[in-house]
Design a protein around this ligand. Sequence first.
Ligand code: CA
Length: 228
Amino acid sequence: MPHILLLEDDPAIARTVAYALERDGLGVTHALLLADARRQIAARTFDLLLLDVGLPDGSGLDLCREVRAAGHVPVLMLSARGEELDRVLGLELGADDYMAKPFSPRELVARVKALLRRSAAPAAVQSAAAPRHGFVDDAAGQRITLHGTALPLTRREYRLLRCLLARPGRICSREMLLADAWGDDTDSTDRTVDTHVKTLRAKLREAAPQADYIVTHRGMGYSLELPK
Ligand code: CA
């Protein structure tokens, strides 16, 4: 469950906002003061910050600047005055969105969810699915994507690349590739491997012209070289 820090010194507004967010399945921690919000941020991580601008002990804009300097967490600024200056400053300081009071709680929840989706998507791809080199083997779909784009591989090419991907930087002999990618197909020979490596290489070049992934080791086989 995404957890949101709500910094708002007006208890009535805070209650309304917290209620609307919680009803939509979001967790909310409420801070009344800037100092309180700083303590909360130091104590745990939040998925999004909702920051009021005008607070008894300072400006939410200062906190926005601080969290931006520390790293990326989506920030939505709230302002009582609806002043254009707050809006401009908030966005300049790195806030992702801005709402002027009075706002509809429903609209606020919609914007919060949009920001959460936006921040979750690239992070998920980077950490879980796609390593830095960009190859992802979608075994269930029998395909491999490179930087998010599916490579137009035949079944043999797919198995060949999968075999090389499993041992990056190491030489795979033709016999090994034959056994892995062709299995029991006894009609295949070393030449078959060479032919398929050639077409695979052409497809990789088309997808990433600047890279040279497959290296030929004369008399030994092939290896897949991934950028560090
Ligand atoms: Ca306020």
